[in-house]
Ligand binder design. Structure first.
Ligand code: CDP
Length: 310
């Protein structure tokens, strides 16, 4: 039942219509449910201890600690003289965070006018260094407190930082003084680009603070959702952030989560708010993830914004 559609070259099959109908049936109705919020914070704390574990810190990863890569088997990094000094001392976030906005990159955000709503949150998380240029501000806002960066972006967009670092440092300015959260120890080829990104920022006295995602945290969060019917090889970045937010925030609103080909008006919707490049891997998991998030929305544990903001 959960495997809703198969990917054909270039386009996706229906059943999206059923989701649209379900979301329209629910309408704008949403009621915060403190019991649900407390329950999920407890479940996530028990499985994954986000407060202590979400980043690699000097406290949870002392010298000699073996970090097992969560994205591949039998690879590890042993914390040493070179890597230990790059870790923050401890979780640097001022907890608890109050209202959090988790912004996915779905095309549903385009023309949503959710920018103001997003910017009103106390803590704003974004995925994969998304564009925040003028044309998108009205829809996605301007403020950021934590943004993820996949090492593959460093490779593709910034020539792996082997040549100039200027373009990278410049484009990071869009994220102000936020935390940049990189899965440096998830896949072996991602470690070097992540360390280079760290140095590019440190050497230019950037306002950003690098946080390396703790592979143990990513693995336990993956297990948590697997036990709840998300059968992906790997969770999407957005679901990792929602899980983090459920563990750390008093209230969570998610924007830009809509992995379907039509919007609420049944008109086509692009995959991202800034392009329509479909992912080639793991895409099949996003609808499963959405079903989970939708359950949480219906139970008042978090709020999903689909469509326009008031
Ligand atoms: O790297 P990844 O494919 O996971 O993410 P992305 O395309 O940069 O989008 C960021 C996040 O937004 C994803 O991880 C999903 O959780 C969410 N998303 C969604 O729900 N629906 C879409 N059409 C696109 C992204």
């Amino acid at each position: 039942v959960l495997c809703w559609f198969y990917i054909f070259p270039g386009y996706r099959l229906p059943r999206d219509k059923e989701i649209v109908e379900e979301v329209l049936r629910q309408g704008e109705a949403w009621e915060r449910n403190q019991t649900g919020i407390d329950l999920y914070r407890k479940l996530l704390t028990e499985c994954c201890d986000p407060k202590r574990m979400f980043a690699v810190t000097k406290e949870n990863s002392p010298m000699g600690k073996v970090l097992w890569y969560d994205g591949e088997f039998y690879h590890s990094h042993t914390v040493n003289n070179e890597t230990y000094p790059l870790f923050v001392q401890d979780n640097p976030l001022q907890l608890p965070l109050k209202k959090c906005a988790v912004v996915g990159n779905g095309g549903i955000l385009r023309h949503s006018k959710c920018g103001r709503d997003i910017d009103r949150a106390d803590f704003i998380m974004r995925c994969n260094l998304p564009p925040l240029s003028k044309e998108y501000v009205e829809d996605v806002g301007t403020r950021t407190h934590l943004v993820t960066a996949n090492p593959s972006i460093i490779e593709k967009r910034f020539q792996n930082l082997l040549w100039s670092r200027k373009a990278f440092v410049e484009s990071m300015k869009a994220y102000g003084s936020s935390y940049i959260y990189m899965p440096a120890f998830s896949m072996k080829p991602g470690t070097d680009p992540s360390l280079r990104a760290y140095y590019a920022l440190a050497d230019t006295s950037s306002d950003l603070t690098m946080l390396f995602a703790n592979p143990e945290f990513l693995r336990t969060v993956g297990k948590f959702w697997k036990g709840r019917g998300v059968h992906a090889k790997r969770l999407s970045t957005g679901l990792f952030l929602v899980s983090l937010a459920l563990g750390l925030c008093e209230e969570v609103t998610a924007y830009g989560f809509w992995p379907f080909s039509v919007g609420l008006d049944e008109k086509p919707v692009s995959h991202h708010y800034y392009d329509n490049i479909l992912p080639y891997k793991w895409f099949h998991a996003m609808p499963e993830e959405f079903v989970q998030l939708w359950h949480l929305h219906k139970s008042g544990t978090l709020r999903i914004r689909v469509g326009h903001c008031p």
